[in-house]
Write a protein that binds this ligand. Structure first.
Ligand code: FE2
Length: 140
């Protein structure tokens, strides 16, 4: 049970990374249509964070409420490198984040999750896939 809570908390940290990254993307974009989609996606990640936190609590665990130490370090590195400013770079950054982030998050929950948690994780990862499709439309 403890192992499962640890895995779900790592997964939850990934959601917070996403929420934070989208905050930068939204702030930097001038294009209204892109901004709208970025906001929709960020709102989805906020819902994911709520669902995962609730599941952790229902399993008797304590849910994290931020990105954690490794995440904070990665964010600091990104801060130094700078967040993308033009539309195309923002979209590409967001797609990369969804892909790379989801791969990482899928790794975090490789252990034995109970059926309900596994279904939740799978439907979240499927939504991340849909985010990528939504973002790709802006690259055409
Ligand atoms: Fe998410």
């Amino acid at each position: 049970m403890d192992e499962q809570i640890k895995e779900l908390n790592a997964f939850l940290e990934g959601e917070f990374m996403g929420i934070h990254a989208y905050e930068h993307y939204i702030k930097n974009t001038q294009d209204e249509a892109i901004k709208k989609d970025l906001q929709t996606i960020q709102q989805n990640h906020k819902m994911h964070a709520i669902f995962v936190a609730e599941r952790i609590q229902n399993l008797g665990g304590e849910a994290v409420d931020d990105v954690g130490l490794v995440g904070a370090f990665q964010e600091r590195v990104q801060q130094v490198k700078g967040y993308p400013k033009d539309s195309r770079a923002i979209i590409e950054g967001a797609i990369h984040g969804e892909e790379f982030g989801s791969d990482m998050m899928a790794e975090f929950v490789k252990g034995d999750l109970d059926l309900e948690s596994r279904n939740m994780v799978q439907s979240i990862l499927k939504e991340h896939q849909q985010h990528i499709e939504l973002l790709r439309k802006h690259l055409k």
